[in-house]
Design a protein around this ligand. Sequence first.
Ligand SMILES: [Zn+2]
Length: 223
Amino acid sequence: MLYLPCPKCNGELQIRVAKRGPKAGFEFYGCDNFPLCKFTAEKTNVVDLVKKEIFKKQIPTQDSKYWTREHLSKFSKKEIRFLASINDVSFNKQDDTNNIVDELLSLNDFELFEINFSKWCFLYEIRSDFFSGFSITHQSTSKIFSDKTKRYKVLDNKFEIGGEFKITKTKITLSFLDDYKVKNGSGNSVMLILDQDKSTAMAQIINPQVLNEENFKDFLLSI
Ligand SMILES: [Zn+2]
């Protein structure tokens, strides 16, 4: 369920049906503090309207540089809850704002597996059909990190360059080219095999429903 905070008070917007007037019978959003609060919004543009009304600061997206604890901590409880809601992160009314921020930040975590001494596998779940130009970071003490910054070109299933994979002392960044688009149905995962002996990394767009713990090893051997 979408959490829509009322921009005018501490209430929450809920679907109502117009009882009279030219729009009688039509659904719209009204505040649950009615009649104290008379805020209403059309059903079709309610998300954009709430975004505009309650976010005075830049709205961070998962692929923006603002998707950090530092930036997210500047938002109010109401804003964080709304942000969680539009990013499909579920929460309970009594949940602490810090915990919701943790959940939001975990959307950008990716899994790292060591296949052998020079081969690594990264799994990243994408929650939309399209992705382009996003980057993700991972903090770890794993031995994949070295003092020197290393860059790898990312090749997709069609052997086209999709982006770059960068490893620094503390950070792994996977960035896709701005104009790079993949459409593979919803709920994609990116699986990336990095061979440190080579200068490229191989990215596969996979369906997480197809890949599971049991067939994962076989899948790795097949590529
Ligand atoms: Zn209200």
